[in-house]
Design a protein around this ligand. Structure first.
Ligand code: ATP
Length: 355
């Protein structure tokens, strides 16, 4: 539905120019919850603002239902933005804030009143319709900002780090709320965040960005289970990288000498070469007998984290490895620091990256 086609954004001129988006292409489907995820400065906001019309790319096209919208000013695009700071009007009540966009569009009074009522019910703020923004909590202000952006029924809603001002508990509640709102309204959401957990929880699909480019696009599961490169594997969740040697027969030699058949593409095993394995800490188990496991390491540190415990080990090649184990007081385990332990995992779950 939204086709971003080789968008190029440059700030400044000449040798000091900065390329914020380098020929970025992505297609976002109708009614999709789509997330732009990446570290600070990678170009997420620039892409969002290009879609909104606040930034003019120097090359490429942005098509909405087939029509190039790049020449349209922001207010003529069927998109609306929820800004990070909410940008509510302080002198207006909640209801007036929500109705503001519709007033500007010159909609009839009765229609405005009905839509405001509908939107306030949607974000569960009906009881606070006559309050002013200063009389609301951060989470409530966030809901009003959402209701205001949804009121003109845009085809696309752009959300820029919309939950980052909220504390962790409220943020988790709002993540569920936002997802509910999106599926109830069927509006396409393009959501910007640098928080990988937030992206994994909420999105239908995610684009992982780095330095003005998109590195990988996929469902949360695809991105987490099948990262295509080290940057993506590292940015999404905790991970262990293990240096290994791939043989022509498709097996991989691990530090310590064991061989496994990792989750390789069919055609990847043609040439013997060094590879990097991606092994997630929660997909591993500790074994008391090191010889029984494909990898082993010396336990260096144990970090208790409430729901789980992180065990830090040193592998035969000197690399660090973390095993995460869910805590269960009914089944306590003791592993001693300095002890050599086996690290077990399913070879099929291991991702093989080049180099
Ligand atoms: P954050 O998560 O910190 O908001 P971001 O991924 O959204 O980061 P952008 O705001 O898109 O990043 O910025 C991308 C890069 O472009 C940054 O390095 C930023 O410094 C630069 N940039 C953004 N706007 C301008 C501008 N008007 N002039 C020059 N450089 C800019």
């Amino acid at each position: 539905m939204i086709e971003v086609d080789r968008i190029h954004v440059r700030f400044g001129e000449g040798p000091g120019a900065f390329i914020a988006l380098n020929d970025v292409s992505v297609t976002i489907n109708e009614s999709e919850f789509f997330t732009l995820l990446g570290p600070s400065g990678c170009g997420k906001t620039t892409l969002l603002r290009s879609i909104a019309g606040f930034i003019h790319p120097s090359g490429g096209a942005i098509r909405l239902a087939g029509q190039n919208i790049l020449s349209l000013p922001p207010f003529k695009r069927p998109v609306n933005t929820v800004f990070q700071n909410y940008a509510l009007f302080p002198h207006m009540t909640v209801a007036e804030n929500v109705g503001f966009g519709l007033e500007m569009l010159g909609r009839p009074r009765a229609e405005i009143a009905a839509t405001v009522e509908e939107m306030l019910a949607l974000v569960k703020m009906t009881a606070m319709a006559s309050r002013r923004p200063s009389e609301l909590s951060g989470g409530q202000q966030q809901r009003v900002a959402l209701a205001r952006a949804l009121a003109p029924k845009p085809k696309v809603l752009l959300l820029d780090e919309s939950l980052s001002a909220l504390d962790l508990k409220l943020r988790k509640e709002m993540q569920i709320e936002l997802k509910r709102l999106q599926s109830e309204t069927g509006i396409t959401f393009i959501f910007v965040t640098h928080d990988q957990e937030e992206a994994l929880t909420m999105s239908d699909r995610i684009a992982v960005m780095s330095a003005g480019t998109i590195r990988q696009i996929g469902t949360p599961r695809e991105i987490y289970d099948h990262p295509r490169e080290r940057f993506v594997a590292d940015f999404i969740g905790d991970t262990n990288f293990v240096q290994a040697n791939l043989s022509a027969d498709g097996t991989v030699e691990l530090p310590g000498g064991a061989r496994i058949r990792a989750g390789l593409q069919e055609d990847a095993a043609v040439a013997a070469r060094p590879v990097t394995l991606v092994i997630r800490p929660e997909q591993t188990v500790l074994e008391q007998v090191p010889e029984k496991a494909p990898l082993s390491g010396v336990l260096e540190n144990v970090v208790y984290c409430g729901t789980d415990t992180h065990y830090h080990l040193m592998l035969a090649d000197g690399a660090r490895f973390v095993v995460r184990r869910q805590n269960n007081p009914a089944r306590p385990v003791t592993f001693e620091k300095g002890q050599r332990l086996g690290i077990g995992f399913e070879p099929q779950a291991v991702q093989v990256l080049e180099g």
